[in-house]
Write a protein that binds this ligand. Structure first.
Ligand SMILES: Cc1ncc(C[n+]2csc(CCOP(=O)(O)OP(=O)(O)O)c2C)c(N)n1
Ligand SMILES: [Mg+2]
Length: 321
């Protein structure tokens, strides 16, 4: 039984991620923040549900679509926003941007612009946990497109033969840029790839916090017991395009509407209301808190200093704001 306070906390985190991304969309759209970014709005149930299944000292690796993973792992929305804004107070002192953020202190090993790039990193981190006997597990997020990379197959096989404490979690949002999974793969069911490496493979409803959480809890127990990795495929959907410049011409209105009807936050709200964990009043309160968290992040980033040009080379070896 999940404590009620934890469910409200996770609902709030899902709302923070959604507001964060909607706000970012406005900030990029109006040119306040320059460049581009990959929004994860829509995928919150997978991100928050999966991380809720971990212990706080477990480790997480992310992707190019990583704001939600970072916020769910406990990343500070103020410092994430500042990084996107290119400010000195950001996680990479304003030098890295969206795809280059990490915080080892909270076990967030980083986002990465290379598709599938963190799958070997997660596998290596799991090897070190096994050798050091820490009892920690590594949760490795990646997209459907990343499963076409050689690195995916090599790393998953290595995780399997060494029975490493790692959970491979594919966020299958049906597209890699504009390419649908059905055109990219002879077998679009990602979970089935587990058979090739002797792992359990499970497909879950990635819009359902409870389904994702249960699958990751089981995988974490297995990993901690020394039984090795699990491949979980969470079926989900990104609301925005691949990145800022994507007008989503490859998707139909019907498809987008069907997924909006199963929106992750809508389903979580309904589930919590039905369980009596949430009331209309507490819902309004939590929404207001999430909005405020994001507004504070924007204010912090806006008022933060630009990086000092004198520190230009310092970040090459160490990151000192
Ligand atoms: C090695 C590599 N190849 C290609 C790209 C360009 N690229 C960036 S994101 C992306 C699609 C990734 O799709 P998926 O893994 O499904 O993640 P999603 O964007 O759907 O979250 C591609 C091909 C890249 N960044 N790195
Ligand atoms: Mg994808």
């Amino acid at each position: 039984m999940i404590p009620e306070a934890e469910l409200r906390r996770d609902y709030r985190t899902m709302l923070v991620i959604r507001r964060f991304e909607e706000t970012l969309n406005d900030l990029y759209g109006t040119g306040v923040i320059r460049g581009t970014s990959h929004f994860c709005a829509g995928q919150e149930a997978t991100e928050v549900g999966a991380i809720a299944a971990l212990r706080p000292d477990d480790l997480v690796t992310s992707t190019h679509r990583g704001h939600g993973h970072f916020i769910a792992k406990g990343g500070d929305p103020k410092r994430i926003m500042a990084e996107l804004w290119g400010k000195a107070t950001g996680y990479a002192c304003g030098r890295g941007g969206s795809q280059h953020m990490a915080d080892l202190a909270i076990g967030f090993l980083g986002s990465n612009g290379i598709t599938g790039g963190m799958i070997p990193v997660a596998t290596g981190a799991a090897l070190s946990q096994q050798m050091l006997g820490t009892g920690r597990v590594v949760l490795c997020f990646f997209g459907d497109g990343a499963t076409g990379q050689g690195a995916f197959h090599e790393a998953v096989n290595m995780g399997a033969i060494w029975k490493l404490p790692v959970i491979y979690l594919c966020e299958n949002n049906l597209y890699a840029m504009s390419t649908p999974v059905t055109q990219a793969f002879g077998e679009p069911d990602v979970a089935k790839r587990a058979v090739a490496y002797g792992l359990p493979g499970e497909r879950v409803d990635g819009q359902d916090y409870f389904a994702v959480r249960a699958a990751v809890e089981q995988a974490a127990d297995r990993a901690r017991a020394g039984e090795g990795p699990t491949l979980i495929e969470a079926l989900t959907y990104r609301i925005f395009g691949h990145s800022k410049s994507d007008e989503r011409a490859y998707r139909t209105n019907e498809e987008e509407t069907a997924w909006a009807e199963r929106d992750a936050i809508k389903l979580m709200r309904e589930a919590l209301l039905a369980r009596g964990v949430l009331t209309e009043e507490s819902d309004a309160q939590i929404r207001q808190q999430a909005q405020q968290t994001v507004e504070e992040a924007v204010t912090f980033a806006r008022e933060s200093p630009e990086p000092n040009p004198d520190t230009l080379c310092r970040g090459l070896l160490s990151c000192e704001p």
